[in-house]
Design a protein around this ligand. Structure first.
Ligand code: HEC
Ligand code: HEC
Length: 344
């Protein structure tokens, strides 16, 4: 009798514990899940989940309005958007050199050196926020920041509109692509649509993820394993291998004190929110095509991938052997994708 009773109460307790755990999971899961996903921007794309891999391949094809892409490309390359027609977006985001300028820090239209290294425009549409600090929520919002910033393009909307309206190729193109022709809104939309077309699918690593196990050498596969087991993947993950989380730079020690000469850009996301918790916090950058985008880090201080990895290991994880660095570099080399069907 006694035994039966205590058995019953054990069963009841077990049942209650199960209910509490299941309810807890049901409440927490959607939150957890949404944090792990690459947030979508205005563009809709399918994320191909393969096994339990923390990284997903870039879609092979995105459905974008071709008229807008063509128009946006012309504008992206046209100095007419800048002060005194000196600069275009490609002055810094050279599409032939990985979407960057190869400089430590960018130099704007008035010759002034900016405080940050140029981020690539390739695959930027997949990032959950734009810029090193995630200051802008999407490509459209980001656009005015660069167009009008006197340190970057120094443009002026009334001048831009005037110039674009005078150019027959734009008059034709906008009439084709937009029912209301040339407007500020449509110029921004065309450039942002073109930027979304700057995605780089079909890297060797993506082919590997899609099931082609021969796409990587043994050393590259080992590099990927180290990237995962070492912990790089806790921050650099998702479709863009970064670009979907904020993280502190300098978790194990103060990178900035060690480097010296702290400047306002080093304060990171604190500059956007004013919250002391965001001091030295940055959007984890994407590692897609990273072999092409040196120098590295927001301050452009790492001249090579090896240097960047040493800094990452030292300040974000734990010291790393030179053999492991070399293997990770080999893995990172496999992340170079294709643009318009050709290797970047
Ligand atoms: C003078 C050089 C320069 C020019 C010109 C320039 N950019 Fe940039 N771009 C940068 C720098 C520097 C950053 C990083 C800014 C930061 O986060 O502090 C950047 C970042 C970006 C990003 C964010 C990428 C990401 O991963 O968050 C986008 C998108 C972008 N630029 C688009 C453009 C467009 C569109 C134009 C033309 C209208 C343009 N840029 C002109 C230097 C430039
Ligand atoms: C705790 C999160 C975290 C971990 C772990 C981490 N990183 Fe990073 N990584 C970042 C952040 C944040 C930055 C941007 C730092 C800055 O502001 O310059 C970054 C920058 C980089 C860059 C420079 C990218 C560029 O375009 O300039 C490379 C390369 C890189 N990480 C590789 C790695 C590797 C390899 C590992 C593993 C050894 C690793 N990271 C581990 C968060 C992390």
């Amino acid at each position: 009798m006694l035994n039966l009773n205590s058995n019953k109460s054990i069963v009841t307790i077990l049942l209650l514990v199960t209910i509490i755990i299941v309810t807890g999971l049901a409440i927490a899961w959607p939150n957890f899940h949404s944090q792990m996903q690459v947030p979508k921007n205005s563009l809709s794309y399918e994320t191909l989940m393969i096994g339990d891999e923390p990284i997903q391949p870039i879609p092979l094809k995105l459905d974008l309005d071709e008229h807008k892409v063509v128009l946006g490309e012309k504008l992206f390359k046209d100095p007419v958007l800048s002060k005194n027609r000196q600069f275009s977006c490609v002055s810094c985001h050279n599409l032939k050199t990985g979407g960057v300028d190869g400089k430590d820090l960018a130099q704007g239209v008035n010759g002034e050196i900016s405080l940050t290294n140029t981020l690539t425009v390739f695959n930027s549409g997949f990032n959950f926020r734009q810029h090193w600090t995630g200051e802008y929520k999407d490509l459209l919002e980001q656009l005015d920041a660069h167009l009008l910033d006197p340190q970057i393009m120094g443009g002026d909307w009334s001048e831009i509109l005037g110039n674009v309206k005078k150019d027959p190729k734009y008059v034709r193109g906008f009439t084709q692509a937009y029912s209301d022709g040339i407007t500020q809104e449509n110029i921004r939309d065309a450039i942002a649509t073109f930027e979304q077309s700057l995605y780089t699918p079909n890297s060797r690593f993506d082919r590997y993820l899609r099931g082609n196990t021969d796409a990587l050498t043994e050393a590259e596969k080992e590099g990927y394993q180290i990237f995962k087991t070492y912990g790089c993947v806790t921050c650099h993950q998702g479709m863009n291998i970064g670009g979907n989380l904020f993280q502190k730079f300098g978790i194990l020690g103060n990178y900035f004190v060690d480097r010296g000469q702290i400047n306002p850009a080093d304060l990171g996301r604190f500059n956007v929110t004013g919250d002391p918790k965001d001091l030295y916090v940055f959007r984890v950058p994407s590692l897609r095509n990273v072999t092409l985008t040196e120098p590295y880090l927001h301050d452009g201080s790492a001249g090579s991938l090896e240097e960047a990895i040493v800094i990452m290991a030292q300040y974000q994880l734990r010291p790393i052997s030179s053999e492991h660095i070399q293997l990770i570099v080999q893995f990172l080399n496999t992340l170079t994708g294709e643009y318009e069907g050709k290797p970047l």
